[in-house]
Design a protein around this ligand. Structure first.
Ligand SMILES: Cc1ncc(COP(=O)(O)O)c(C=O)c1O
Length: 450
């Protein structure tokens, strides 16, 4: 008997696919380390960290529960609206200490989309305060996902998520992302081409009409698109040349996913704004934040200027205390060190899959954030729409569950399988993930090649 979703509407889901005559809905009820268990007791290795969230895995509930209980007994809630509470203040200082200088101010939200919109509004107010109210546009990248609330959706570069909702809330130009696999140019030549396109777009729109450039350090949608050398310093240079703010959306890449607190540190540029969520609490509670440089924050400290944005639950004490504990666990357990220690080994394992399977054309990523791209043949021919439907939505979801693996099959860009293991994963867990991928890929090859 398959399980239906009852009264719940599932997010980004074909809701009608489940029910008495449909597929079984995966209902997870327990976690331990890098593993999750469904209501039948089946065990899965969580190769996606619950959508890039569960950095420290699932075994810290007791410790998190203890600080949560203490906080709820002390004070369940206070806002950050002209008032505050100790844990959020402490967390803001902690994050300012972790972020690269001169990023020293923190605005709390309840999640990623809210962070992206808050960053947009902070940037806007900064420009207005500096006498440049005409800076109303943004530049983002094709296929990038920055969230779904209407402002964030305008920045998102996935047409299928946007078009039916009418004209976008913000004026955004989307430029090429850093997909090296599908580019004729590589390395610095690719960087030069991408930056030239960006600069041409800035000039076409009018440099003094642009408020922000928004980019993920490693772009998720499209399959872990790593920047070519010099790309982030190039973004920084163009932003500075034209008075534009640079916003790194680190909702996925922040908090160790790439082996650093913030992935931009690896790619050699300091942005003006960093958005985070997910890994900030390792999802033991919902929370997001915008981290802001001193320069961008300065106008908000001037006489008589109000920061015109606020979210009731932004900086909730429960989430703040859990985020603080999460950061403590990161340091105590050597989470960043673990990612850096295992990154090369994970890449090597995935490269063996590329050698084994015709349908894998590319392996790319960084840290604990990797994608394999599906192709039809040795010429790296893309799968057509029908093949993608059969493979990514027909075969893979159930095949992955049957193998005891949670991973992602996605074609917002080209067709990929993506993994993002919990950052506490050791060699045995990485071996298990890759072995389960191998099982799924054997069937996938049969689906594509017949
Ligand atoms: C880069 C990026 N920005 C923003 C968001 C939106 O975050 P949320 O789903 O918490 O609103 C996501 C979600 O996956 C994301 O990956």
């Amino acid at each position: 008997m398959s399980v239906a979703q009852g009264s719940a509407l599932l997010h980004f889901t074909r809701n009608g696919a489940y029910g008495p005559d449909g597929a079984e809905l995966l209902v997870l009820e327990r976690g331990e380390g890098a593993y999750v268990f469904d209501t039948h007791g089946n065990r899965y290795v969580d190769g996606l960290s619950s959508l890039y969230c569960a950095q420290i895995g699932y075994s810290f509930g007791e410790e998190m529960g203890a600080v949560a209980t203490q906080q709820l007994q002390e004070l369940a809630f206070n806002t950050m609206w002209s008032t505050a509470h100790p844990r959020a203040l402490e967390l803001a200082d902690r994050l300012a200490g972790l972020a690269p200088d001169p990023i020293n101010k923190v605005f709390f939200t309840s999640g990623g989309s809210e962070s992206v919109e808050a960053a947009w509004k902070i940037a806007r107010q900064y420009h207005v305060a500096n006498g440049e109210p005409q800076r109303l546009k943004a530049i983002a990248r094709r296929t990038a996902y920055h969230g779904v609330t209407l402002g964030a959706l305008a920045l998102t570069g996935v047409p299928a998520y946007k078009e039916i909702f009418g004209p976008p809330a913000l004026q955004v130009r989307h430029v090429s992302n850093t997909n090296a696999f599908r580019s004729e140019l590589q390395g610095e030549a690719l960087t030069a081409k991408l930056l030239a396109e960006l600069e041409a777009t800035i000039l076409e729109e009018g440099p003094d009409t642009i408020s922000v450039i928004v980019a993920e350090p490693v772009q998720n949608a499209g399959g872990c698109l790593v920047p070519p050398p010099g790309y982030w310093p190039g973004l920084r240079e163009l932003a500075d040349r034209y008075g534009i703010l640079l916003h790194a959306d680190e909702v996925i890449t922040g908090f160790g996913r790439i082996g650093e607190w913030f992935a931009v540190e690896r790619f050699g540029a300091t942005p003006d704004l960093i958005t985070v969520a997910k890994g900030l609490t390792s999802a033991y509670a919902p929370m997001g934040a915008v981290l802001v440089s001193d320069r961008v924050a300065a106008p908000f400290y001037e006489d008589n200027r109000t920061l015109l944005h606020g979210i009731t639950f932004g900086g909730h004490p429960l989430s703040a205390t859990i985020a603080l504990k999460n950061l403590e666990i990161f340091e105590r357990e050597g989470v960043l060190e673990n990612v850096n220690e295992h990154e090369a080994g994970l890449q090597e394992r995935l490269l063996t899959l590329r050698d084994e399977f015709t349908i894998i054309g590319d392996v790319r990523g960084a840290g604990f954030f990797w994608a394999v791209e599906f192709v039809k043949d040795d010429q790296n021919t893309r799968l057509d729409a029908d093949e993608r439907e059969r493979l990514l939505r027909g075969y893979m979801p159930q095949a992955m569950l049957d193998a005891g693996l949670i991973a992602r099959a996605d074609d917002r860009g080209d067709a990929v399988m993506q993994i993002a293991p919990p950052l506490i994963s050791d060699d045995a867990i990485l071996d298990e993930i890759v072995e389960k991928m191998r099982t799924v890929l054997r069937g996938a090859e049969a689906v594509v090649l017949g």
